[in-house]
Write a protein that binds this ligand. Structure first.
Ligand code: NAD
Length: 424
């Protein structure tokens, strides 16, 4: 079903109205949407996912609007406690729409398992011996996961690295596993365990660590978008965004915050879809250091027409099967909202959200600065913590912005004034 991710007035709707709008846009029924209610995932269900569970910790779940990805409109589910993240992604996606939105691509979904071999007398010769036997090692690994092989995945190759460490040269075998629609950690760890004995015998050493690497540099997804110069605020804004980007490219202190902005979008979608935020974060940070110097994950340029072009390429180990993706009811609904058919689709939506988030942050920093927006959100928090209702908070926030004062005693005074004047 073709759907429009531009939902007019979405941010001004009530929660129930937003839910109806999401149902209209996605065709999801009330039963599917009820799965995002706190009652659908109580402590009993939560106890199936973790240990020592005695409760459930809830977070806001929203959807970014305005996204078009490879010509199809998409609602992007995001779970985050941080104010302004979802609004910023939606705003940036709006500025990419005139030029077609986001365009994405990915490598094959190859995850790597590492098997560390110790006590090897002749590491170079051991490497050669393992490569001579690679076909049988691959066959043994694939025999562990017939389901994965059946859906077109499995071990596609093997690499042997010699790692010079403090006390020894370790022989480290990498299995390159196509994990299809899985995140793949359990799948590749099982294979690594299964082949470790044979590898140790071939190397004439002992196997120690057998686990995936989160430096998932063979499983990359990319997003590209052209952000309209006029919607951004004009040529000077484009130039200032480029200065902001260049500082991130050159300076690790700025790059860390620049990449944090990207991760605001990435982690929110990863979390909403029941995927492993730490795995994606570990992959991102190792990728930011891929050239040996910590730098920006994204790049920005100006095209021939003076519009701003953003690119983001990074590891994206996420799945639609396994982990919490199928167990957490809200994650299942989030995947239905995003209408993804494969892990590749999901990975590309996530990278598009990261690029949008990145652009939104750069634009604010290169124009008005972050504080204006943050202070109005801060003002709302102040009003609510002073006991204001949502309606009262709106009036108080408007007044605080007008007065440019964000003091708690002023909030209390305004609330008292409002109530004594009989206004709500
Ligand atoms: P999993 O083992 O639950 O699911 C993957 C399995 O599903 C495959 O092995 C395959 O047998 C089956 N499958 C069915 N249909 C498939 C399809 N279309 N494509 C691919 N596989 C299909 O989960 P997983 O993805 O291997 O592991 C993910 C979990 O591992 C996450 O919960 C993650 O947090 C956890 N984990 C992460 C790390 C780490 O990142 N360092 C370490 C250990 C565990």
């Amino acid at each position: 079903m073709a759907k429009n991710s531009r939902i007019a007035g979405f941010r001004n709707m009530s929660v129930n109205e937003r839910r109806s709008a999401v149902a209209d846009a996605t065709g999801l029924d009330a039963e599917a949407l009820a799965q995002i209610d706190a009652t659908a995932f109580g402590p009993e269900q939560a106890a199936n996912l973790s240990e020592n569970v005695f409760g459930v910790f809830s977070l806001p779940l929203g959807t970014a609007t305005n996204f078009t990805i490879n010509g199809t409109d998409v609602l992007v589910p995001m779970a985050t406690e941080e104010a302004s993240v979802i609004a910023a992604a939606s705003n940036a996606a709006r500025m990419a729409r005139p030029q077609g939105g986001f365009f994405t691509s990915s490598t094959q979904p190859i995850m790597q398992a590492q098997i560390q071999l110790i006590n090897v007398a002749d590491p170079h010769a051991a490497r050669s011996r393992i490569l001579e036997h690679q076909d049988e090692v691959i066959e043994l690994a694939n025999a562990q996961d017939p389901k994965l092989v059946e859906v077109g995945g499995g071990v596609k190759g093997l690499d042997v690295r010699l790692v010079d460490a403090k006390s020894a040269t370790y022989v480290v075998v990498h299995l390159h596993v196509d994990v299809r629609d899985a995140m793949g950690a359990n799948a590749v760890n099982t294979m690594a365990e299964a082949v470790s004995g044979s590898l140790a015998a071939i190397a004439e050493g002992d196997a120690l660590l057998r686990i995936l690497t989160n430096k998932a540099d063979l499983r990359l997804s990319r997003a590209r978008a052209v952000f309209d110069k006029d919607l951004l605020g004009g040529a000077e804004v484009v130039d200032n965004i480029l200065h902001a980007y260049e500082l991130a490219a050159a300076d690790p202190y700025r790059a860390a915050t620049h990449n944090k902005g990207i991760m605001n979008g990435i982690s929110a979608v990863v979390l909403a879809t029941g995927n492993d935020t730490r795995a994606v974060e570990a992959g991102a940070h190792s990728h930011a250091l891929a050239e040996g110097r910590y730098t920006s994950l994204s790049t920005f340029e100006k095209d021939a027409k003076g519009d701003l072009v953003g690119n983001l390429e990074m590891p994206m180990p996420v799945g639609l099967v396994g982990g919490a993706t199928k167990v957490h009811p809200a994650a299942r609904t989030a995947l239905q909202i995003a209408e993804v058919g494969t892990a590749k689709d999901l990975a590309e939506i996530i990278v598009a959200a990261g690029l949008a988030q990145n652009l939104a942050a750069l634009r604010v920093l290169a124009t008005e600065g972050v504080q204006r927006g943050h202070m109005s959100l801060h003002a709302k928090n102040l009003a609510v913590s002073a006991g204001a209702t949502a309606e009262e908070a709106t009036t108080i926030v408007a007044k605080l912005i007008e007065e440019k004062s964000f003091r708690f005693d002023r909030v209390q005074a305004l609330l008292a004034e409002l109530r004594s004047s009989g206004q709500k």
